[in-house]
Design a protein around this ligand. Structure first.
Ligand code: C2E
Ligand code: CA
Ligand code: CA
Length: 539
């Protein structure tokens, strides 16, 4: 029975309520007691004591009045207790309702959260047919960390709320928008007839995100990736659809700023491979089996080897050869890079202590490693433990580490320079660093990226850029290493324009540590690399 007014609800006997049980016990006990008293003539006896003229009728009336009196006391106590029970119950129910609501909504934006998203998606996917398809769009925001670092947490929250409002304005009435995670939103678009519907929506979302977001301290830019999967084509369960939309999102974000990708079956295979690599990488690091090869760095003045760059090499039993361009980014994303970097650096120092004193060791450090301000101290402590001189060490850092320009990178670079370690800017010309950003860090060397060297022959632009870099380096007193020298013409051009060092297959590819004495013996026997560089040291 549904009771509408509070008064009726108070008088409603709910058998589970303690007020009802107390009432029955109190009233029943009291009535039983008075009935027994009545049967044993307690009433008349009492009356005789108090009043002489009481007859049996009066005796019955006294009994009824007495029972009614007990009933009213019982009812009063019951009503009061029931009222307290109901009031408490309403409050508890309101809190329960609020909690249920909170558990299904994102507290910042007020949008449905992942849980409600899953529930709705479950309903929609169950109804999907070939003519009434359902699209799942996963939206990933990039750039929140940058906003947090420059403007603070409140600015991030503001930008997210503003973004959520823009999304809500664009979305069709029957679509569901949810905030799935810190930087991830999800959309369910039911009843679509073709890919055009979600594609249009995605385009509008990307366009709306392109306008900057007003925050307290000015404005902020966000970029966005969108991955789309369609039911029933790409999956028939919510889990499958979300996973596939996320895979498409992953690819979209990998493609660059503000991209939209539909799920394609080969994405599954790629992700599968990535998962396998990650798993194998963990175990390779745990068992310390990733190897180091060393590529000679040759002076273009003396044509002699002056040092070696350490390059990671990984052969896996089941996955085969995995190049560093593949596993280093995975190590960066998974946070394994610190353990891997320390492990490789220790080995490099150990190997390099066997080389003649004059040779330097160049070691690559990823921008992700530079986010840890303790990195400099760790490098110095490994140098001490292995007895390798900091003066023989050159740390190679790519431009992106300078662009990020976090406090940690500055601390690490300062620590290292103070210890006597040289800093080289790797892959120069491929990043987005401005010249002033680069020069604000004190550098010792610039490495000219392979892409310029390989185009020296056919591209005037490359020749102009290389000459400009060499001139600039000379002005600032920096040494230069040209990467990827593969033929004599490249070598001749670089040497004649003042490049101080070179690396490349023309001299030697990377060799294992055991191959270095052989290389050095050959150089000692045959003399310096000829000016025309026609001899490969590792041939
Ligand atoms: P990088 O630092 O620019 O290294 C030079 C890359 O060019 C190496 O590729 C090397 O094998 C290749 N190379 C050298 N000479 C030539 C040439 O004449 N022609 C051509 N086509 N290529 C040449 P590798 O070893 O595959 O390394 C790729 C990248 O992986 C490296 O680029 C570096 O950024 C990263 N990497 C390698 N080892 C490590 C490491 O131990 N730690 C970190 N953080 N990154 C590493
Ligand atoms: Ca390098
Ligand atoms: Ca390089």
């Amino acid at each position: 029975m549904r009771l509408s007014t509070p008064r009726l609800r108070i008088l409603h006997f709910d058998w589970r309520s303690s007020a009802t049980r107390d009432f029955i016990a109190l009233f029943g006990g009291a009535t039983l007691a008075s009935l027994l008293a009545h049967l044993y003539g307690l009433g008349p006896r009492l009356a005789q004591l108090g009043q002489r003229y009481v007859d049996s009728v009066l005796d019955d009336i006294i009994f009824i009045v007495f029972v009614a009196f007990l009933l009213s006391i019982g009812l009063t106590i019951f009503s009061y207790r029931r009222y307290r029970e109901l009031a408490g119950g309403t409050e508890a129910r309101t809190i329960k309702g609020d909690l249920r609501d909170l558990a299904r909504h994102d507290p910042l934006t007020g949008l449905p959260n992942g849980r409600l998203f899953d529930e709705k998606l479950d309903l929609c996917v169950g109804l999907a047919t070939d003519t009434h398809q359902v699209a799942v769009l996963m939206l990933g925001i990039d750039g929140l960390k940058r906003i947090k670092d420059t403007h603070g947490r409140a600015a991030v929250d503001k930008a997210i709320c503003e973004f959520a409002t823009r999304l809500a304005d664009i979305l069709r009435k029957d679509g569901l928008l949810a905030r799935i995670g810190g930087d991830e939103f999800g959309i369910v678009l039911p009843n679509i007839s073709s890919h055009e519907d979600p594609a249009n929506l995605a385009r509008r979302i990307v366009a709306s995100a392109a306008d900057s977001f007003a925050i307290e301290t000015g404005s902020a830019e966000l970029s966005l990736g969108i991955g789309i999967a369609i039911a029933p084509i790409d999956g028939v369960t919510p889990h499958e659809l979300v996973r596939r939309a996320e895979r498409a999102l992953y690819r979209a974000q990998g493609d660059g700023r503000s991209r939209v990708r539909f799920f394609e079956p080969d994405m599954d295979m790629r992700v599968e491979r990535r998962i396998n690599i990650e798993r194998e990488l963990r175990s390779a690091i745990a068992s310390d089996i990733i190897a180091l090869y060393y590529q000679p760095v040759v002076s273009l003045v003396s044509n002699r080897i002056v040092g070696f760059e350490a390059l990671a090499r990984w052969e896996n039993r089941t996955l085969g050869h995995i190049p560093p361009d593949v596993f280093i980014p995975i190590a960066e994303e998974t946070g394994l890079i610190n353990a891997l970097g320390d492990q490789l650096f220790r080995r490099a120092c150990f190997d390099a202590t066997a080389w003649p004193e004059a040779f330097s060791l160049a070691f690559n450090i990823s921008p992700v490693q530079l986010r840890d301000s303790a990195l400099g101290e760790r490098i110095i402590s490994i140098l001490e433990q292995t007895g390798f001189s900091p003066r023989r060490l050159e740390i190679e850092i790519t431009e992106s580490a300078f662009v990020e320009r976090n406090g940690a990178a500055t601390t690490v670079i300062d620590d290292l320079r103070q210890a006597g370690v040289r800093i080289a800017l790797d892959d120069f010309g491929t990043g987005y660093a401005t010249l002033s950003q680069l020069l604000s860090f004190r550098l010792d060397k610039i490495k000219i990226d392979r892409s310029f060297v390989s185009h020296l022959d056919e591209s005037t632009d490359s020749r102009v850029i290389v000459r400009a870099i060499l001139g600039l380096a000379k002005e600032f007193g920096l040494t230069t290493t040209a990467e990827g020298i593969e033929d004599e013409r490249q070598l001749a051009y670089l040497a004649s324009n003042g490049c101080t060092e070179g690396q490349g297959y023309l001299f030697s590819g990377p060799v294992p540590a055991a191959g270095i004495p052989v290389l050095l013996d050959r150089e000692a026997c045959d003399g310096p690399v000829p000016d025309n560089g026609a001899r490969r040291l590792d041939a």
